[in-house]
Design a protein around this ligand. Structure first.
Ligand code: SF4
Length: 253
């Protein structure tokens, strides 16, 4: 599929996720050691149930992170137990962020998470019919001076060339894929529910891209970070050729 996507930054997130997992396990073990004598006094059964629930929880997370590592570093798709992958990412993402923030910026860690996600995309095989591929864009790509309301209908864009929306609209038309602009997470979710895509190409800033990827899992999302030459949320740009490259790789012709 998208074989030459750059995912070299994935190690950072994975490193903090693994360190975070071991820390979590150490803290839980310590807590267990402190409270288990009292639990055994209260109820033997309760203590056993809690112990096995904890073991099962960590087993699922361990399986999830091993599958993620295998997928990221072998280039083959090992994400077969989706529940385990989702749970491990859900639990380890905030832990990795918390730990990583002691040394690095939030943006760098989130960018690394996007690289991990894009490693999943790289490992995928197969193509999709155009109607099942969705291009999802943030509103901040639109030039602020543009008075045309394109959030409900991107077709209104006059392709004047002052921002990347015109080119992206044209690209979607050529490949026959749906394209939409989301002004926030709620609208993005609504667009996804309405279009029922099997593959999403999403452009967004670090924070929105990470939450969007997590929200729609297991739908594969190829995440493209937008450029912010004028700062966040205003007149952002995107390398249109990256979107075209993705379309060439995933759309069935
Ligand atoms: S390309 Fe479209 S959205 Fe961008 S400024 Fe021109 S008309 Fe407005």
């Amino acid at each position: 599929m998208l074989n030459d996507v750059n995912t070299s930054g994935k190690g950072l997130f994975l490193f903090f996720a693994i360190v975070g997992l071991f820390l979590l396990m150490a803290v839980t073990t310590l807590l267990w050691w402190l409270v288990s004598p009292q639990l055994h006094i209260i109820s033997e059964l309760l203590a056993i149930v809690l112990l096995y629930t904890l073991r099962l929880f960590y087993l699922v997370i361990l399986i999830g992170i091993v599958l993620v590592l295998l997928t990221c570093y072998t280039g083959r798709n090992f994400l077969v137990i989706r529940f385990a992958v989702r749970l491990s990412m859900m639990i380890l993402y905030p832990v990795a962020l918390l730990l990583g923030r002691l040394f690095l910026s939030r943006d760098r860690l989130q960018e690394s998470f996007v690289h991990v996600n894009n490693s999943f995309i790289k490992s995928m095989k197969g193509r999709f019919i155009p109607a099942r591929v969705l291009i999802l864009l943030p509103h901040c790509l639109q030039q602020t001076a543009c008075g045309i309301r394109i959030t409900l209908d991107i077709g209104r864009c006059q392709s004047c060339g002052r921002c990347d929306i015109g080119e992206l609209k044209e690209l979607a038309r050529r490949y026959g894929v749906p394209i939409a602009i989301a002004t926030g997470g709620t609208l993005a979710r609504r667009i996804v529910v309405k279009n029922r895509p099997k593959f999403i190409i999403a452009v967004a800033c670090h924070r929105d891209l990470v939450s969007g990827i997590q929200d729609v899992f297991p739908i594969p999302v190829y995440g493209v970070l937008n450029d912010r030459p004028e700062g966040p949320c205003v007149n952002t740009r995107v390398a249109v050729e990256r979107i075209e490259h993705a379309l060439q790789a995933v759309v069935k012709t």
